[in-house]
Design a protein around this ligand. Structure first.
Ligand code: ATP
Ligand code: MG
Length: 557
């Protein structure tokens, strides 16, 4: 079986359910973000998994906003989440839901559990509940309010709902087992009082369901078959099943929770809370700053939906937490853009070169390939003239060993053009290089010259000064200095101060034909995209990724 070896454990389990007709022929998943921040690369994994699996087995996926915690949620986040899921290429069709829409059903179901003697109103404070809970080694202690009558519990719960009590005065708890070895089963809280305005229900409610209650019931209401979540909920699974014991499904089918390992990526922060701190403290320019591991940041950085989906596919689904190298993500975008985007010449940090033996006022039109690896992308014209720019880094006055680029007395080839030789270096009073004077070999013109095939060690990209376009280039490095975030240290101390360096660059005139969101390769420099900060008279580009494939190197080791 060809496909067998590529199957992950979630797919195997779904295929078993299909065979056993556990859910008839239904496969129904959901993606349940809490609208309290922008989605990040970890969420992309969850989106690809939930939507991808349903698609693979002919099922459907709901988008559900898990908005049961009124204090931190906002409509701005709802909108960004919708945009991100769509951008990734997935569709929830007409199935967009809010857990807050289920507040009345959740309330009724809680009342049902009370009536069955399976839930009670507790007057213990949060601290007391915590103290009574016990530890891994010691059983918990039962609350003195645990044995209230059903009638009293029903009355008190209704009063909680009506706003008779202050925040924290009472809670509704499940009546399970204070001695359970699983701490989640020691009478967990199902409802708490919170006099807070909710972004959708306003002040209608002052009691709000807890995640462990709201989530399984929302899944059951939507008739989800496979409720896929991250590993930290594994120990909550018995509670998930306990909550749904008394749920009546028209076909007696109940959703099942399946856990997989969270995605962690080197140099990336995957916690909405911490990402929000970076935005609020002004460390980055916003949620969509191209350095952010948010989907909106990654999008602005120039990543494509296909590259993100490819990344999520390649990392697979694991049962144990692990760290994925960001070099893999970079590999995926290079692979996606390699044959699709044009390769042009831009000098990021320019230094002027004057060809002293090239006639003033003369220009030549040269032919350049748009993509050396994809002939179908055709060719374009570039202008050559006496004054040019090359990369500051491509010149060394006192070259180190193995420096094959330009240096006094040394020759290099200018891509698509001539071989030039450095004759003289001009400096200002402070000793900074302002111009490099060179001569050229008129017979060395690429393609046509007699010395067209004369070999020199280095080939440089360049731009003709006459028609160069001034652009701003934003070069990014990882936001986190270390591979992994250190939870014990302040996140702000772990931020790379060099994560953004801006250059005033010179691009070939061809760049004017591109618009916001278009990407290209700058020869020898990496892949770039035109940023939304671009105006009608000034182009701003982001470097998506450099050309060096560190992923392939790691695979060879
Ligand atoms: P955060 O810790 O960043 O706030 P969260 O898990 O609280 O993340 P939710 O909005 O509740 O954020 O997540 C929506 C879905 O995305 C959940 O099913 C969650 O399990 C999944 N998810 C979140 N982070 C990751 C991750 N790093 N890898 C895989 N899935 C994730
Ligand atoms: Mg969450």
């Amino acid at each position: 079986m060809e496909q067998e070896k590529n199957k992950n454990f979630i797919e195997s389990s779904i295929e078993k359910d299909i065979q056993e007709k556990k859910y008839g022929d239904r496969i129904h998943t959901r993606f349940p973000p809490e609208p309290n921040g922008y989605l990040h690369i970890g969420h992309a994994k969850s989106i690809c998994l939930n939507f991808g699996i349903a698609k693979k087995y002919g099922g459907i996926t709901n988008l559900r906003f898990d908005d049961t915690n009124p204090s931190k949620e906002d409509t701005e986040y709802v909108n960004s989440i919708k945009e991100d899921v769509e951008w990734l290429g997935f569709s929830w069709d007409d199935r967009m839901f809010y857990a807050s829409d289920y507040f009345p059903i959740l309330y009724d179901y809680a009342v049902k559990l009370i009536s069955l003697g399976k839930a009670y109103v507790d007057d213990l404070s949060g601290e007391e509940i915590h103290a009574y809970r016990g530890t891994f080694n010691e059983p918990g202690k039962e609350s003195p309010y645990r044995d209230r009558s059903v009638e009293e519990n029903l009355r008190l719960f209704q009063e909680m709902k009506e706003g008779k009590y202050q925040d924290g005065e009472k809670v509704l708890r499940a009546k399970i087992d204070m001695a359970s070895p699983n701490l989640n089963m020691r009478d967990p809280v199902l409802y708490r009082i919170l006099h807070a305005s909710h972004h959708r229900t306003g002040n209608t409610w002052c009691i709000y369901p807890m995640y462990d209650f709201a989530h399984p019931v929302s899944d059951a209401i939507e008739r989800i078959t496979h409720s896929i979540c991250t590993l930290e909920f594994e120990a909550h699974r018995p509670l998930y099943n306990w909550v749904l014991k008394d749920w009546e499904d028209p076909e007696g089918q109940k959703p099942q929770q399946i856990e997989f390992a969270r995605l962690n990526v080197t140099h990336m922060i995957t916690s909405k809370r911490k990402l929000r701190a970076l935005v609020e403290k002004g460390v980055v320019r916003g949620w969509d700053d191209p350095r952010m591991p948010t989907i909106s940041g990654i999008r602005r950085r120039g990543y494509t939906p296909a590259s993100i989906r490819d990344f999520c596919e390649r990392i697979g689904v694991a049962k144990a937490d692990s760290m994925v190298d960001s070099a893999l993500l970079e590999y995926c975008i290079r692979e996606d853009l390699k044959l699709k985007v044009p390769r042009i010449m831009t000098v990021i940090d320019p230094i002027k070169v004057v060809l002293v033996d090239y006639p003033e006022g003369k220009t030549e039109t040269l032919i350049a390939d748009n993509n050396q690896e994809n002939e179908s992308m055709g060719q374009r014209k570039i202008t050559f003239s006496r004054e040019l720019y090359i990369e500051r880094q491509d010149f060394m006055e006192e070259p180190v060993r193995k420096f094959f680029r330009l240096a006094p007395g040394k020759e290099v080839r200018l891509k698509y053009a001539y071989i030039i030789k450095c004759e003289r270096v001009l400096k200002d009073e402070q000793g900074n290089i302002i111009e490099i004077h060179c001569t050229h070999d008129p017979e060395s013109k690429s393609g046509t010259g007699e010395n067209a095939n004369r070999k020199v060690k280095g080939t440089l990209h360049w731009v003709s000064a006459a028609d160069a376009v001034d652009i701003t280039t934003r070069m990014y490095d990882y936001l986190l200095t270390d591979n992994e975030e250190d939870g014990d240290k302040d996140i702000l101390e772990q931020i790379n101060p060099q994560s953004l360096v801006e250059y005033q660059s010179k691009a070939e005139a061809y760049i004017k034909e591109f618009k916001q969101g278009n990407s290209f390769q700058f020869l020898r420099q990496g892949y770039f995209v035109i940023d939304p900060d671009t105006t009608s008279d000034h182009i701003v580009v982001n470097r998506i990724v450099g050309l060096r494939d560190t992923w392939a190197k790691m695979q060879k080791k």
